[in-house]
Design a protein around this ligand. Structure first.
Ligand SMILES: [Zn+2]
Length: 430
């Protein structure tokens, strides 16, 4: 006979199986593995599909109903009692010779969350565990193709666009075993989702350098692309006196330094010139033309706008002084996405109660969560990247940190299930 007191006693708080989490991540690492520890699972390729199949089995084991949608997203679902949904996941594809945790961690941890909650009394919210397709932008494609399909942002033109190998996105998705004819049906009923939470390695140095285990992400950075063309005059490097030169490369060097100096003024979080083409690029000719590719990143769209104006203002005197023409062209803008105050408040509380060190920080890298975060209240949790390294075979995180992050994700999902509208006024601070 059951003791009535026992029957009504609260269940112990659910725990993730940390050993299994690390073992599964290690097993997944073997798919697309290189001898140097790196992993290559280019989106829609055979290794990516093999990784997806492995994780699909774990989803089924956790009691989820598993589906590959028409955009090649792998989704495991368990319904709740209210028709409302929570989502968590990340991506299984990697860059070429990337690391074992970027993306994979957030997917496998979300499967652990589902497993930890299996067999408990009915949750109010359904849980959707997602491995978003092609986050990284394989073979020159636009990234985040899976998450963008979920919000209806991938159109016919993009599906028909060939990648660097001449294969269209449509054919890639089909080759990955998805029913691409049903691509548009992949779009979610976004209004049914109360929150999406993505767990990810930081891919930067902040948590590692400060010995902090958990990061509550405040916003996902925006990115503004910029191309600068510097037009001087190519001429003989021996016969042209210094005062009569219009050296495009020397002027470009000043442009690089001016852009690099912007963050120190507080105008923008980071600014980078990452690519330079010099013409004619010959030792004995004064450079006549330089093309620079740059980007500005910040968590605030208004600051990006202001920084663009500042760049124009900084460059004008360089052109004047150097006697060159400077042409700026502002390219693609990826808008920043703020985390939802209410969902962030839940993540903060979970971090504060975790017994681990934690802090708040913005995400400097892009994530699928930023696509969904424009439509669904969104938050992210970070764990440290050893040495701040990512997208390299050296990408790593201590197992204990991996387990702590997965537990924080589980605690956040449990807390979010309790409420329809979490309270954004909770005042937990790191
Ligand atoms: Zn990632």
């Amino acid at each position: 006979m059951t003791d009535p007191a026992e029957a009504t006693a609260p269940l112990p708080a659910p725990r993730v199986d940390g050993e299994r989490l690390v073992a599964r991540l290690t097993e997944l690492r073997g798919i697309g593995a290189a001898a140097d520890g790196g992993v290559t699972r280019e989106a829609y390729g055979s290794a990516d599909v093999a990784g997806r199949d492995l994780v699909a089995g774990w989803m089924a084991e956790a009691g989820l109903a598993v589906e590959v949608d028409g955009a090649a997203n792998l989704i495991g679902r368990r319904a709740g009692t209210t028709g409302r949904w929570l989502a968590s996941g990340s991506h299984l594809d990697t860059v070429v010779d990337g690391g074992w945790l970027d993306g994979a961690y957030g997917v496998v941890a979300a499967v652990e969350v589902a497993a930890a909650l299996a067999g408990r009394p009915d949750a109010r919210h359904g849980l959707a565990v997602v491995a978003y397709a092609n986050e990284e932008g394989a073979r020159g494609t636009q990234g985040m193709a899976g998450s963008r399909a979920l919000v209806g942002q991938v159109d016919e033109e993009e599906l028909a666009t060939p990648d660097d190998d001449g294969v269209t996105l449509r054919d890639r998705i089909a080759a990955a075993g998805a029913e691409v004819a049903r691509h548009d049906d992949a779009a979610w009923d976004l209004a049914a989702f109360d929150a999406v939470v993505e767990l990810h390695i930081e891919q930067g140095p902040v948590l590692d350098a400060t010995g902090t285990t958990l990061g509550a992400v405040t916003a996902i950075t925006g990115r503004q692309a910029l191309d600068v063309e510097v037009l001087g005059a190519a001429n003989h490097a021996g016969a042209t006196p210094m005062e009569l030169r219009h050296d495009a490369l020397a002027a470009a060097a000043e442009v690089v330094l001016a852009i690099e100096a912007l963050p120190a003024t507080g105008a923008v979080r980071v600014a980078t010139v990452g690519h330079v083409t010099v013409g004619p690029n010959v030792r004995n000719v004064v450079p006549g033309r330089v093309a620079l590719s740059a980007e500005l990143r910040d968590e605030d769209a208004g600051r990006l706008d202001a920084a663009m104006a500042l760049v124009e203002a900084e460059l004008a005197p360089i052109a004047e002084k150097r006697g060159v023409a400077l042409r700026t062209s502002w390219g693609q803008r990826v808008q920043p996405t703020a985390c939802d105050p209410a969902v962030l408040a839940v993540v903060r509380r979970v971090c504060a109660e975790s017994g681990r060190t934690w802090t708040e920080l913005p995400s400097g890298a892009g994530h699928d969560a930023q696509i969904l975060g424009r439509e669904i209240p969104m938050a992210m949790v970070f764990v440290p990247s050893r040495g701040g390294l990512s997208h390299t075979p050296h990408e790593d995180t201590a197992p204990d940190d991996l387990v702590a992050g997965a537990q924080a994700l589980l605690d956040a999902i449990v807390a979010l299930d309790d409420v329809d509208q979490p309270d954004p006024t909770t005042e937990d601070r790191p």
